[in-house]
Write a protein that binds this ligand. Structure first.
Ligand SMILES: Cc1cc2nc3c(=O)[nH]c(=O)nc-3n(C[C@H](O)[C@H](O)[C@H](O)COP(=O)(O)OP(=O)(O)OC[C@H]3O[C@@H](n4cnc5c(N)ncnc54)[C@H](O)[C@@H]3O)c2cc1C
Length: 404
């Protein structure tokens, strides 16, 4: 049997594309490495599926750290509100949380999975436990041939929606990149993204669980600054996480230095402010000065323990300049060294993938092999945490289906 369309990958991109293709009367086969479809979607948003984010188009697109210019085209056609409408019209009530993240009202990713499965399986064919090992295109017959562990399949069109390389137990193990290469495509080297970092001699380990709404983060290697960013930070028992780390983790590596500014002021300004507060409140316990209220007593304790000193418990009047400078460093220039960045098993996304310069942004068709298409995380598009990656899967899949 020759299928009109073969989709490799039963994730959100594969399903949105498949459901739309069926509406166009196509005969569709979807294959999936994992024993069950949509495993990553089920894990998303802590099982609640944060599928997109609030915000106008310009603001929304700022949240793509890779591939923004390419993605613009699909997003303008199928934006965040189009995705909300798509789910609502399927009977899935959604809501936007205070922080701008959209979820199904039920807070159950399973509700979206059930909709995808029901809509696709009415007319489409899904084979799980079926991994595509090789893909080829015969220009004379204009057919694709897919070799799998459960037989060979032929199709007139092929959509690679294999996801990236993170969480390989979901079947998204990077094998899609190999298939794209076999069909002539260039792969921007894949790298784990949206990962937490582990810190050497983690002096804040006992403060794990604490979070900060906004810190400034800078990273350095060999004394040279790589980047600065601002955002929320979470201290974990092994290191750091939270959006400011996750969204930039693909630019981080073991051995790099991180400098955290909790206060938002420069080191010099912070020194001056502490001196002023010392004049104002000489009889207060040093740790009780207002400037330290942005940190917790646990962090102050941990920090002075790491220095093998005890100055936060002193009366402010007794604090000397060296101690003021050390305290100011904690507030505005805390230096930490990265031991490691969480790798594929824990990364929530992949940076890198099929080079977007080789894909038509309007139709998602390959510029190299006619009849070959891409959608979802297999592409070199990376969104921040907050629903931007599932949105990318939706918009790219819809753009593909619109042109089929
Ligand atoms: C823990 C976690 C939480 C996340 N939370 C969020 C969130 O809240 N919001 C958000 O926007 N994003 C989140 N993401 C990212 C998001 O889930 C992915 O970006 C999204 O699922 C990508 O969709 P996709 O369809 O492109 O690929 P995937 O969902 O990865 O699906 C690809 C499918 O292809 C199959 N496959 C791969 N290779 C082959 C092959 N060779 N042959 C056959 N089948 C193959 C796999 O088995 C898989 O089922 C999270 C990711 C993780 C890991």
């Amino acid at each position: 049997m020759i299928y009109d369309l073969i989709i490799i990958g039963a994730g959100p991109a594969g399903f949105v594309a498949g459901i739309e293709a069926l509406k166009h009367g196509k005969n569709v086969l979807m294959m999936n490495t994992a024993a069950k479809p949509l495993l990553k979607l089920l894990a998303s948003g802590g099982g609640a599926c944060n599928f997109t984010h609030d915000g106008d188009a310009k603001e929304f697109l700022e949240n793509y750290t890779v591939g923004k210019n390419f993605f613009r085209k699909q997003f303008y056609s199928y934006d965040n509100y189009s995705f909300v409408e798509y789910l609502e019209s399927a009977g899935i009530a959604t809501f936007c949380r205070e922080d701008g993240k959209y979820f199904p009202q039920s807070m159950e990713a399973g509700e979206i999975r059930d909709f995808f499965l029901k809509a696709f399986l009415e007319k489409g064919r899904l084979i799980n436990d079926c991994k595509a090992r090789a893909a080829s295109y015969d220009a004379s017959t204009k057919l694709f041939n897919i070799e799998t562990n459960c037989g060979d399949f032929e199709g007139k069109k092929l959509l690679l929606a294999c996801g990236g390389q993170s969480y390989p137990t979901t079947g998204s193990d990077g094998s899609g990149f190999k298939l794209a290469t076999q069909l002539g495509h260039t792969i921007v080297p894949p790298q784990p993204a949206l990962s937490s970092v582990n810190i050497c001699d983690h002096i804040l380990a006992h403060a794990s669980g604490l979070s900060f709404e906004e810190v400034e983060l800078s990273s350095y290697s060999n004394g040279k600054k790589n980047f600065s960013a601002a955002g929320a930070l979470i201290i974990t028992h092994k290191g750091l996480s939270g959006p400011v780390i996750l969204d930039n983790s693909h630019q981080l590596a073991a051995g790099m230095k991180l400098v955290i500014n909790f206060s938002g002021a420069s080191l010099e300004q912070t020194i001056q402010e502490i001196k002023q507060q010392k004049i104002n409140s000489p009889n207060k316990l040093f740790s009780n000065l207002p400037i330290f209220s942005i940190l917790s007593q646990r962090i102050l304790e941990e920090y002075q323990n790491s220095l093998k000193m005890n100055f936060f418990h002193k009366k402010t009047a007794d604090i000397n300049l060296q101690e003021i400078k050390l305290a100011a460093r904690l507030l505005s220039e805390l230096e930490l060294e990265i031991e490691s960045v969480d790798s594929w098993n824990k990364a929530m996304a992949t940076a890198g993938g099929v080079a977007t310069s080789e894909v038509n942004p309007a139709s998602m068709e390959s510029r190299i092999t006619p009849g070959l298409y891409f959608a979802g995380e297999i592409l070199d598009i990376l969104g921040k945490t907050g629903g931007y990656n599932i949105q990318a899967a939706y918009s790219t899949a819809k753009a593909f289906a619109n042109n089929i």
